[in-house]
Design a protein around this ligand. Structure first.
Ligand code: SF4
Ligand code: SF4
Length: 458
């Protein structure tokens, strides 16, 4: 099995004895942009010294800046069904929780999509519980058709990522044919005994089947996969090394690792109490593991949802996070109900701001909010995306696309204040572009967009 528990435990044990010099050596290595091995990562995970941590954050910030610049990609989740046959101890949707379960009709999917489009979203993450009968693969495929075929004035969803239960190669092929973006699946925990304990008598309680879902997805041709751990279930240091081993396994076998990693932390939910979880991750450890992940897998996007406060997201954007959700609702049919003044979140969200409010904060912090989905649209997925990212050339596509999609947002959805802030940022960013051909493309895009042309991305 490629998550070598014995090795992880041994590395963490040895790392407790790392000297100041050992830690500095790893930080020097990261500073020279050399690849870190498992031992290096374990050493960083055990690090506690304030000045060394400051250096870790500084290097992580520099790496983030070199690869992602000041762009931040935005998306929103779309919950389509809360039917679930599983008994995940930590989740409010577990089957022993009795409440009126719901799945959206196609008409309701289209209504939710229109609301999201009205907020300016172009990229969604479709979410559903596991229930082969009430929420079959055919239902998910139908939802994808409804999502991609629904438009609202200039609004359309250009990339639908999918977060559904581990499934078969055959089903992943069907998802691929429907044109999904990233297939997202959280391992929840890489620690097998914890995994077994947390998943009770469920079909999800097959550690190996769950762990090898990405192998099947890749075999089916889905080459952008998004991983995640529910931090708080087991020792977070173990989880980080588990993520790295999983990523390495995919790189070795399929030539490309995770496209993204998500960082959700365990939150209170119906039918569970946080008191039962001794490994909850405090803010200090959370920041540290995000920064270490940035060093360990520089080209993998890091996603942070509205489970985290605006303050935490703002801080982690500095040294790791490259994608955030905005204006999220985690209830099935939640966007419609929220519009009608009813709130039906699945679990407690911390950041309730609208996309416009989030965009204003991002712009005043010097970021370019991006609604770009060009790679997916141009077939730059899997190793084609990774080789462009690793060559450093990705900047030449991401920045023009970020500026173009921001302008598009301003024209379609911006209020007066945001338009002024956005236009000022766009002018400043265009002035910074060194390549004359790219500067011309972006300037031409701005003119074309203002004339109502939309299909302009590189
Ligand atoms: Fe179902 Fe997913 Fe919740 Fe588990 S985590 S109970 S599979 S919705
Ligand atoms: Fe993402 Fe590709 Fe757009 Fe860059 S060009 S923001 S990598 S989709």
């Amino acid at each position: 099995m490629f998550i070598n528990h014995e090795l992880i435990n041994q590395l963490l044990k040895e790392a407790k004895f790392a000297t100041t010099k050992d830690i500095n050596d790893v930080l020097d290595k990261a500073n020279k942009r050399e690849k870190l091995d498992y031992k290096d990562i374990a050493i960083l995970l055990e690090m506690e010294d304030k000045s060394q941590l400051d250096r870790l954050f500084k290097i992580a910030g520099e790496i983030k800046n070199e690869i992602y610049g000041n762009r931040v990609v935005l998306f929103a989740p779309l919950y389509v069904s809360n039917y679930c046959v599983n008994e995940c101890a930590y989740c409010g949707y577990k089957c022993s929780n009795k409440f009126n379960r719901k799945k959206l009709t196609m008409d309701e999917v289209r209504k939710e999509v229109k609301i999201l489009e009205k907020m300016g979203h172009k990229r969604l993450a479709l979410e559903a519980g596991e229930d082969p009968h009430n929420c079959s693969i055919d239902y998910i495929l139908e939802c994808l058709d409804a999502i991609y075929s629904t438009s609202n004035d200039n609004g359309s969803i250009r990339r639908a990522n999918v977060n559904i239960a581990a499934t078969t190669v055959e089903n992943y092929k069907k998802l691929k044919e429907k044109g999904i973006g990233t297939y997202i699946l959280f391992q929840e925990t890489y620690h097998k005994p914890t995994y077994i304990r947390q998943h009770g008598n469920s079909i999800k309680n097959d550690y190996y089947y769950h762990l090898t879902a990405f192998d099947r997805a890749m075999e089916a041709g889905v080459d952008d996969v998004g991983a995640g751990v529910l931090f708080g279930l087991a020792n977070p240091k173990f989880e980080v090394l588990g993520l790295m081993m999983h990523n390495a396994h995919l790189e070795e076998n399929f030539g490309v690792g995770f496209h993204t990693i998500s960082f959700p932390r365990l939150k209170p939910a119906e039918g569970m109490t946080l008191e039962d979880y001794p490994h909850l991750v405090d803010d200090f450890m959370f920041k540290k593991i995000v920064a270490i992940t940035r060093l360990a897998v520089p080209f993998t996007g890091i996603i942070m949802s509205t489970r985290e406060s605006g303050e935490m997201r703002r801080e982690l954007l500095k040294y790791g996070v490259s994608q955030v959700s905005a204006g999220s609702n985690t209830g099935v049919g939640g966007y419609k109900e929220e519009e009608e003044g009813r709130n039906v979140d699945q679990f407690k969200l911390e950041d309730h701001r609208t996309p416009i409010q989030i965009l204003k904060e991002l712009i005043s912090d010097g970021y370019i909010p991006s609604y770009c989905t060009a790679c997916y649209r141009m077939g730059r997925t899997g190793d084609r995306f990774m080789s462009l990212a690793k060559s450093g050339q990705i900047h030449n596509v991401c920045t023009p696309n970020a500026l173009t999609t921001l302008k598009e947002f301003l024209l379609d959805y911006g209020d007066e204040e945001l338009i002024a802030m956005g236009d000022e940022l766009i002018a400043k960013e265009i002035a910074k572009i060194e390549r004359v051909d790219i500067k011309d493309i972006v300037s031409n895009n701005m003119v074309a967009l203002s004339k109502g042309e939309r299909d302009l991305y590189l």
